[in-house]
Design a protein around this ligand. Structure first.
Ligand code: PEP
Ligand code: MG
Length: 584
């Protein structure tokens, strides 16, 4: 038997999964090229159309299956499948491939492959992140059609029927959403980082995941059993029976701990010395609002509204947005819900603009996009203001660099409020994300303009340390323990306290158990995170003593390197909670 292999990656989403692997290898199929006689063209076109029809019914069945699971976020996942279904009707693709069959006298597989490659290349050449993602969609669709044409079994997530763990070079956030209601137990990928949207999605859906494992798919055989340990970033290929037993026991302990923690969800998060900490939830889809409450969230600290704009061909209008936002607000009422205006751009782009951005993360994103597309932004502001009448809705602006932008937005918001008259509240709390180094440096000025700050560490670390948050090659440098990050967080908290406004954190860091004493020691009292992290963070809050935490933060701020800071914090946490915390 081939020996067992243990590989290390980045723990992207907690939990342990054990099971047979399904490898998604998009390079696997070999497309044959065959010349055909003129008399065969009609037959080839018919074969192609039959494969398209088969692909269509597979997607419809997947859509149906998702609906039948009754999963709360099924509507959003159906939308994604709907986008793929629409792509299957694309005239350019189907008529283009049929013409190639007829004109070049070539078989259906090759003609379809050639046409989809042509469309993919055209989309990718725009250099625009939105179109590049659409090129990926064309890739998935063409893969499905080609497999059907060639009679290959499908290896696409939404068609799996047996329990399995996916190993892939990379997975898109869309593929991750398709795992809902499927028998996929977990996944491991070669690409990816902890703060990529695929990882964020896996956390939201509660799917254990490890990412960033170089050469993973090469090391795995088709029928191997693998273990994915999303708690500590390990993947074990072909584990022996002892290891399987050990991980089963760990998984059982983890499940037991989760159950115990969940039973405590109604109890408030209070530190050992009586300090109240507020734990809020981050959500991407409206249906997650109810899930957030189930996990004990005291409100929504970040609703990433841009997900409403993705996987579709037209913008959501004011009415659709109003209804969506209203549903979230009323689910959460009387608790508060913080709605972030769309953070589109970079890896989440809607629209048909042909920007040729070389560095999209530094490009036309979030508020910059809103201020350039005022009608689109105005529509969202109006919908938000109307929904604010239904409960406690607060509006937060992403990627703010300084007061100038904020003032422009405030003028737009006030105009929208005046237009709406009675249908908008007299006032609404507004806040800004602090996720740019410039915002940290002018935090004192920003604090005079808003009601609250929320620190977005996913981007703050990316921009402060110049490390692309989705690039696994530099993921090892992406550390929250860098002294610059600690100082930045401290500066923002101090500025907020001085101005008397509230400061919270909604980046992934807010859910890191190891960071918690440091964050509380630095002065944070409100944290917003993926719903599934709330129980463990709440349990940990109860162990923390604020005075000890303050002294820890004080010592950490004096240290010059990330390694020293991490060692100090780890020593503190292990001394208090044991060496295996938070893993049982
Ligand atoms: C962040 O940047 O920390 C954040 C919360 O926003 P996003 O991850 O959506 O960029
Ligand atoms: Mg951000």
């Amino acid at each position: 038997m081939t020996p067992s292999v243990r590989m290390r990656g980045i723990a992207a989403s907690p939990g342990i999964a054990i099971g047979p692997v399904r490898i998604i290898d998009r390079q696997e199929i070999k497309i044959s090229k065959r010349r055909i006689a003129a008399s065969e063209t009609a037959g080839e076109v018919a074969r192609l159309m039959a494969a398209v029809a088969e692909s269509r019914s597979q997607l419809l069945a997947a859509k149906e299956a998702i609906r039948d699971t009754g999963d709360s976020s099924s509507g959003d996942h159906s939308l994604i499948l709907q986008a793929h279904l629409l792509m299957l009707e694309d005239v350019l693709l189907l008529e283009g491939a049929s013409s190639i069959i007829k004109e070049s006298l070539i078989n259906a597989e090759w003609a379809f492959y050639k046409k989809s490659e042509e469309i993919k290349a055209a989309l990718a050449s725009t250099g625009d992140a939105y179109f590049s993602e659409r090129a990926q969609d064309v890739d998935f669709i063409s893969h499905r059609v080609l497999r059907n044409l060639m009679g290959h079994a499908m290896q696409i997530v939404d068609t799996y029927t047996d329990a399995c763990i996916i190993a892939a070079d990379k997975l898109s956030p869309v593929e991750t959403t398709q795992m809902v209601g499927s028998p996929v137990l977990g996944f491991a990928t070669e690409a990816g980082t902890r703060t990529s949207h695929t990882a964020i999605m896996a956390q939201a859906l509660g799917i254990p995941a490890v990412v960033g494992i170089e050469q993973l798919t090469e090391r795995i055989g088709a029928s191997d059993i693998i273990i994915v340990d999303g708690n500590d970033g390990a993947v074990i290929i072909r584990p022996d029976t002892d290891t399987i037993e050990e991980y089963r026991a760990r998984a059982a302990r983890h499940a037991e701990l989760e159950k115990k923690l969940l039973s405590d969800r109604e109890r408030p998060a209070v530190t050992a010395d009586g300090e109240r900490i507020t734990l809020l939830s981050n959500i991407e889809f409206p249906a997650e609002a109810a899930m957030a409450l189930d996990y004990g969230a005291e409100g929504i600290g970040l609703y990433r509204t841009e997900f409403l704009y993705l996987n579709r061909t037209s913008l959501p209008d004011e009415e659709e947005q109003y209804n969506t936002y209203r549903a979230v607000v009323s689910t959460i009422a009387p608790r508060k819900a913080v709605f972030r205006t769309f953070d589109l751009g970079a890896d989440k782009v809607f629209g048909n603009r042909k920007s040729r951005e070389v560095n999209p993360a530094l490009g036309l994103r979030a508020i910059r996009l809103g201020l350039q597309n005022r009608e689109m932004f105005r529509t969202q502001l109006r919908a938000l203001l109307r929904a604010a009448k239904e409960g406690t809705l607060q509006i937060m602006f992403p990627m703010i660099s300084g007061v100038g932008e904020l003032r422009q937005i405030k003028v737009m918001l006030e105009q929208a409020r005046k237009e709406l008259g009675e249908t908008a509240p007299q006032s609404v709390h507004i806040g800004c994300m602090i996720e740019l180094p410039s915002a940290v440096l002018v935090a004192d000025q920003l604090a005079r303009e808003v009601d609250f700050f929320s620190i977005g560490t996913n981007d703050l670390i990316q921009y402060a340390l110049a490390i692309d948050r989705v690039n696994d090659h530099v993921a090892y440098l992406y550390t929250p323990f860098h002294p610059a990050i600690l100082r930045a967080v401290k500066t923002v908290i101090d500025a907020g306290n001085q101005a008397g406004i509230s400061v919270s954190m909604c980046g992934t860091l807010a859910a890191e158990p190891l960071m918690l004493p440091l964050l509380i020691g630095l002065g944070l009292r409100t944290l917003s995170m993926v719903p599934t992290s709330i129980p463990i963070v709440k349990a940990m809050v109860r162990e923390i003593d604020c005075l000890e935490a303050e002294s820890l933060a004080h010592q950490a701020l004096e240290l010059p390197t990330a390694v020293e800071i991490e060692d100090l914090v780890r020593f503190h946490v292990e001394k208090k909670l044991g060496p295996n915390f938070p893993n049982p």
